[in-house]
Design a protein around this ligand. Structure first.
Ligand SMILES: Cc1ncc(COP(=O)(O)O)c(C=O)c1O
Length: 437
């Protein structure tokens, strides 16, 4: 019998944190997780990683995967294609991302971002510019845990160490937050400096989240920055890759976050919400001109992963996309989001440890004031929240100096108004407790 809380000395798994006893989750329905001890936890972060956007246990999605598994669950897309893959790609570019032309599927967000990197590189090589390989990106970011995607972040202390010997040397700029540059002008100046130092003819891409997920929840650069970035792309010929692993598939109230900004990417990635926790599936989408470069050049974009475009994952992704259309979930997030932000701001008003409350759609973030490192405010928030029956996620990137402690509040799109109210109540009580301690 496995116990209700599993610590490192009681398990054959290799846990992430060896000093943590992990509660054992048995089942879930909607936004309620049940532990083996019978405790109920209200899930205010879509499975903890902004994935389960349709809540847990959605019967239509489960059945779509099961029906596909009965026909055929898996084969390798190097040899064949299949109807769910074809249909999902067609529906994505017809409905969700009409600005894009082609889709390549993968399983995880890291895989999608690595594929985006390879595609940016292939684009330049196929157009006769092999010197372009370097990437510029905002430092306060997370794009995945593979060596190539880890190198895209500038968070040396909190993410990259001790793996730095394996990481390519890319270039970074500070984010335009209140800490550095509220207007976006300093970030553009830094971008110009990086271009100058490296030589613009060596730059393959600018890589970033258009609206940040966990690294700076719900933060987006000022429009001035996006407009300036677009001008520099026109002038210098690099590509813009957007990581929408968190924000893609409706999280901020539009299918893609870039659809709310004055800029479009050449390449964009999605992950988490595409399978919504029912299958591991991600995708890279690109514009026609990116595809054309490969079509007119080498005519292949090889390398991939065993599960790319597998029938069971694509059938599940297709069911998720159809559920979002049928249940009008983009509209729900767009319409309910502003009030959710107002509710959260009102509930946290006057709390001395809250510096800023941000939000777009169902992606909300709380920036805590800078607290002493040894307080581990992030861990306290998660522990106290769990004690109050609430799941939220935090980040602690203080050591790198680009941001402090952040709390992510990202409920499922299917949460009822009553459940949203209860999540806010529990979160406000949690942060009240942290402040008073
Ligand atoms: C913005 C962003 N990009 C990429 C990833 C990596 O996705 P995965 O963990 O599925 O590889 C994450 C994961 O949290 C993420 O938040």
């Amino acid at each position: 019998m496995i116990s209700d809380r599993v610590s490192a000395d009681q398990t054959s798994t290799f846990p992430r944190f060896l000093d943590l006893a992990y509660p054992n989750i048995e089942s879930a329905e909607g936004v309620w997780l049940s532990t083996t001890r019978g405790a109920k936890i209200l899930d205010a972060c879509s499975g903890g990683a902004m994935v389960s956007n349709l809540g847990h246990g959605a019967p239509d999605i489960v059945q779509a995967g099961a029906r596909q598994a009965e026909r055929i669950a898996y084969f390798y897309m190097d040899h064949f294609t299949n109807e769910p893959q074809e249909e999902l790609a067609a529906l994505l570019v017809a409905v969700a991302a009409p600005e894009m032309a082609r889709v390549r599927f993968g399983s995880s967000g890291s895989e999608a971002n690595e594929t985006a990197l390879r595609l940016a590189r292939a684009y330049h090589v196929d157009r006769g510019e092999p010197a372009r390989w370097r990437v510029i990106s905002p430092a306060q970011a997370y794009h995945g845990s593979t060596m190539a995607t880890l190198a895209l972040s500038g968070r040396k202390h909190t993410l990259q160490e001790p793996y730095t010997p394996y990481l390519s040397h890319h270039l970074h700029i500070a984010p335009s937050t209140w800490r550095f540059d509220v207007t976006g002008e300093a970030a553009l100046r830094e971008l110009d400096q990086r271009l100058e130092e490296a030589g613009p003819e060596t730059i393959a891409a600018f890589f970033c989240e258009p609206v940040s997920g966990a690294a700076l929840p719900a933060y987006s650069s000022p429009d001035k920055f996006w407009l300036g970035l677009h001008q520099r792309r026109e002038k210098h010929g690099f590509l813009i890759c957007f990581d929408e692993v968190v924000t893609g598939m409706g999280r901020v109230g539009s299918w893609f976050a870039y659809q709310q900004l004055p800029i479009e990417p050449d390449i964009v990635t999605i992950g988490k919400g595409l399978g919504a926790g029912y299958a591991p599936i991600s995708a890279v989408l690109c514009k026609q001109h990116v595809y054309d470069a490969v079509e007119r050049g080498s005519r292949f974009f090889d390398l991939g992963h065993t599960w790319d475009g597998a029938p069971i994952s694509c059938a599940t992704g297709l069911a998720v996309l159809n559920a979002m259309i049928d249940q009008r979930l983009i509209e729900r997030v767009r319409e309910r989001g502003p009030r959710l932000l107002e509710q959260l701001q009102a509930a946290l008003h006057g709390n001395p440890i809250v510096a800023e409350v941000r939000g777009r759609g169902f992606l909300l973030g709380i920036d805590l004031v800078d607290l002493p490192e040894e307080m581990h405010a992030d861990e306290r928030v998660e522990d106290i929240a769990l004690g109050r029956g609430l799941l939220v996620t935090t980040t602690h990137s203080t050591q790198d100096g680009y941001a402090g402690d952040e709390v992510v509040f990202a409920p499922a799109f299917t949460s009822s108004d009553g459940e949203l109210d209860m999540m806010i109540e529990r979160l406000a009580a949690t942060l009240g407790d942290v402040a008073s301690r």
